[in-house]
Design a protein around this ligand. Structure first.
Ligand code: HEM
Length: 410
């Protein structure tokens, strides 16, 4: 994998993304104390929390990681990396207005949604232009193209739902909900994580990489599954939804098999903070996957809530934080210390990470995830809030870690 300094975005440009990612993660965990865990999933306080977490933490983190990983995967320079100066501004403003929309005045959902659409469009256009110069066209670059397409469709879908809620369009907003959540959570976030993990697990985990053809099996199956779900509100709804669930289950089982193969081929096994976060992350993916299957059979809305909670906080949360513990030191080391290697002693990559804080984050977040999920499962708010308290401590340690890395090195 060719990692040239030309491909690496300036750390000063990415700093706001990393700081905002940790801030919004902390804010999401604090916000848990202002929602009732027993509210139904379509309660606007729950939906507002989902967008705070998915836009403020998950999307902000994905933008920061992709600014670095995109050029690495395509082995091409960014078309114009300086657009990243503006994306976080539109995303932060858009999210703030959307939260006002969910809580106070639905019109703000449209204004906020429009700003979010601007942020996503800048990211997607810059990414497609960078991909155009790609020296290597692989299944992973195709996966990135498709996931960006699903992102755009998912966002437009969200705006159409918002127009429906404001009675500007004569549609039943709920009828588009599955297409919206499936398009974004499966089509964009999960597909991107699957594609990137095929690169990062061998890179950070010292394992063999699976072939392009092999990844193609899970990738194309998942793509067809998402496309069917996006089409399902238009015609043959029940049949298309059923086919989409079946293909998605097959695609994820294929991916689990590929992941297992990579894990087994590790040349040396190092249980560092990255590896531990990956274990909890993928463990959560398997648990939520099984719970989603139980939900498809039982149609029990509480099971759907627990499965979604473990997917968002367990899978997305731990995978993002674990990889940021590698990506932030890497970017800093590359820009600040690699030019000094011949002249003076420079710190090792892992020395840029504070020693205790990430471990404290991992312990409190893991306890919090288990307790809060159990509290949701047995419908015991006290246990859920005990878990939320532990998650909040984990979030504070994460924010302190990110703050300290920059304070010490930049
Ligand atoms: C322009 C941006 C967006 C707008 C206007 C928007 C709008 C909405 C609306 C109105 C709902 C509630 C629909 C209903 O209850 O029927 C909703 C639900 C949802 N949205 Fe978005 N959304 C946007 C972006 C996103 C993004 C980027 C993600 C994830 C990456 C996302 C994930 C979800 C999820 C998971 C739900 C279901 C929440 C629940 O049922 O509790 N949305 N969205």
């Amino acid at each position: 994998m060719n990692v040239s300094p030309d491909f690496t975005p300036p750390i000063k440009l990415m700093k706001p993304y990393f700081l905002l990612t940790s801030f919004f993660y902390m804010l999401s965990m604090m916000w848990l104390f202002f929602i009732n865990p027993q509210s139904p999933l379509d309660d606007f306080s729950i939906i507002a929390w989902v967008h705070l977490y998915m836009l403020g933490f998950v999307m902000m983190a994905i933008f920061s990681a992709m600014a670095q990983l995109g050029p690495v995967v395509t082995e091409a320079k960014h078309h114009n990396v300086y657009v990243f100066k503006y994306i976080w501004i539109f995303l932060t403003l858009g999210l703030s207005l959307m939260l006002v929309g969910f809580y106070i005045n639905l019109n703000f959902l449209l204004y906020g949604g429009a700003l979010v659409l601007v942020a996503m469009s800048i990211y997607i256009v810059e990414f497609f232009l960078t991909l155009k110069n790609a020296r290597r066209k692989t299944t992973i670059t195709t996966a990135m193209k498709m996931s960006n397409l699903f992102l755009l469709l998912g966002i437009i879908n969200g705006l159409v739902m918002a127009l429906g809620f404001n009675s500007y369009l004569d549609i039943a907003p709920h009828s588009l909900l599955k297409a919206h959540t499936f398009g974004l959570v499966v089509g964009f976030v999960t597909l991107l994580i699957m594609g990137i993990s095929i690169i990062l697990v061998p890179m950070f985990g010292f394992s063999k990489r699976i072939s392009d053809d092999e990844f193609a099996k899970s990738f194309y199956t998942l793509c067809v599954g998402v496309i069917l779900m996006l089409a399902s509100p238009l015609f043959l709804t029940a049949q298309l939804e059923f086919a989409s669930y079946a293909l998605t289950i097959i695609a994820i089982l294929l991916y689990f098999f590929q992941l297992l193969k990579m894990t087994k081929s590790r040349k040396k096994v190092v249980h560092d903070i990255w590896a531990k976060s990956i274990y909890v992350g993928f463990g959560s993916f398997i648990a939520s996957f099984l719970l989603y299957i139980v939900y498809l059979i039982s149609q029990d809305a509480e099971i759907l809530k627990v499965a979604s909670w473990i997917m968002l906080v367990g899978f997305f949360g731990f995978l993002i934080i674990g990889n940021l513990y590698k990506i932030i030191p890497f970017l800093l080391w590359f820009e600040i210390y690699s030019p000094l290697i011949e002249e003076q002693n420079v710190p090792m990559l892992h020395e840029l990470l504070p020693s205790k804080l990430p471990t404290l984050q991992f312990i409190f977040s893991t306890i919090g995830l288990i307790l809060s999920s159990f509290g949701l499962l047995i419908k015991e708010p006290i246990i859920f809030y005990a878990g939320a308290t532990s998650l909040l401590f984990g979030a504070i340690f994460f924010a302190l870690t990110v703050y300290k890395i920059f304070a010490r090195n930049l």
